[in-house]
Design a protein around this ligand. Structure first.
Ligand SMILES: *[C@@H]1O[C@H](CO)[C@@H](O)[C@H](O)[C@H]1NC(C)=O
Ligand SMILES: *[C@@H]1O[C@H](CO)[C@@H](O)[C@H](O)[C@H]1NC(C)=O
Length: 361
């Protein structure tokens, strides 16, 4: 009898805990979300930089509540949707405009054109490399910023440990570095195997900086199949359904090494948790069965840089296109990717757990 009672009360207490932790309406599942990355996550950090890598003009944002914001897609980015799934009521503000107490819910540092390496993307103009994004994060959380808009907004270490850190970086180290030999020497210095080693070693150091700044829950996004973008197909004069194999092979090498790095970090930094989000898997399989019909060209008419031409009308049937411009997925794709990153629907989607489980750790 006593034993049964005990089980009963334990169950009540556990239910209470679960209830308090994750089902309280209006409270996000983590107190804050910090976002690092490139144009796949940028929400306006490049708007006032001298660069061609910006998207604060029509038709970008045509399906976004506030119109063009600097997001490189027609609607919400993947991490916008993940923030919603985590229970945030508002989008995480970009570093460029965040002010005062808003930083307490997190900041988006992502910058179009940026990479793990500082020089990546520099032919496009100014950008905020991952190293600089880490410096910006340090400024934000230390509350010592000179900028008036950031002053007096200090976040306690204890809170920083509970936040989610979403990092999606590395595509540009290939697209806007390794595979542009006319601007960058890396493909003459390294073969793809060596280049991935160099990138992962730098990424490792950068992630440890983030750890030292209090990060404990990391979602690291693997690289997509960059050899299948309309830009890759066009520049290699490929028609039809195939992709640029050389580019895909290079990112698969990177992704494999990223998974090994995740194993290593989980072992060495045992009070932190790192997960891998497999974006190549999320749409491989059969995009046609998800209703997509157009794979090899983007929805908007593009200029020679692969971005939408200002104010030219995009396609109407945006949910049937994988790509919005020559590089970036449509919101329809982002919805699938985000949903499966948050709650995996195949064992390949995330490793070793999905975001919904990571935030409960
Ligand atoms: C692609 O195919 C179309 C029609 O099938 C053809 O007109 C075009 O020249 C081809 N482009 C290339 C780059 O091969
Ligand atoms: C990603 O997903 C694809 C398809 O589901 C799978 O073939 C691939 O092995 C996965 N990659 C990793 C690194 O898990």
């Amino acid at each position: 009898m006593a034993c049964e009672n005990l089980v009963f009360w334990v169950a009540i207490v556990l239910l209470g805990l679960v209830h308090n932790q994750s089902f309280v309406v209006g409270e996000p599942q983590v107190p804050c979300l910090f976002i690092f990355g490139d144009s796949l996550s940028d929400s306006g950090n490049n708007n006032n930089l001298l660069t061609s890598a910006k998207a604060n003009y029509q038709p970008y944002g045509i399906d976004f509540p506030n119109g063009p914001t600097g997001r490189f897609t027609n609607g919400r980015t993947g991490v916008d949707i993940i923030a919603e799934l985590l229970g945030f009521n508002n989008f995480i503000p970009p570093f460029a405009t965040v002010a005062g107490p808003d930083i307490l819910k997190g900041v988006n540092y992502a910058s179009g054109g940026s990479g793990i390496r500082d020089e990546t993307g520099q032919h496009l103009g100014a950008h905020i490399s991952f190293d600089l994004q880490l410096i910006n994060h340090k400024i934000v959380i230390s509350g010592i910023a000179n900028a008036k808009r950031l002053r007096k907004s200090y976040i306690a270490q204890e809170q920083l440990n509970k936040c989610l850190y979403y990092v999606g970086i590395g595509s540009n180290d290939y697209i806007n570095n390794y595979f542009l030999p006319e601007f960058y020497p890396t493909s003459r210095l390294f073969n793809p195997q060596q280049y991935a080693v160099v990138l992962i070693e730098q990424y490792n150091l950068q992630l440890r900086v983030l750890y030292q700044l209090g990060a404990r829950k990391f979602a690291l996004v693997g690289l997509g199949l960059i050899g299948c973008t309309p830009n890759a197909l066009f520049s290699h004069k490929i028609n039809g359904t195939s992709c640029v194999q050389e580019m895909n092979t290079a990112v698969v090498i990177f992704n494999d090494k990223l998974i090994s790095l995740i194993d290593r970090l989980n072992q060495e930094l045992s009070d932190a948790k790192f997960i891998y989000v497999n974006t190549t898997g999320l749409l491989s399989g059969n995009p046609a069965s998800a209703g997509f019909k157009v794979f090899s060209v983007g929805c908007c008419p593009v200029g020679k840089n692969g971005q939408c031409n200002p104010s030219q009308a995009p396609c109407q049937n945006r949910n049937e296109y994988l790509f919005w411009d020559s590089f970036h997925p449509t919101e329809a794709v982002n919805q699938i990717t985000a949903a499966r990153s948050y709650k995996a629907s195949s064992p390949f989607d995330t490793y070793p757990m999905d975001i919904s489980h990571l935030v409960q750790q």
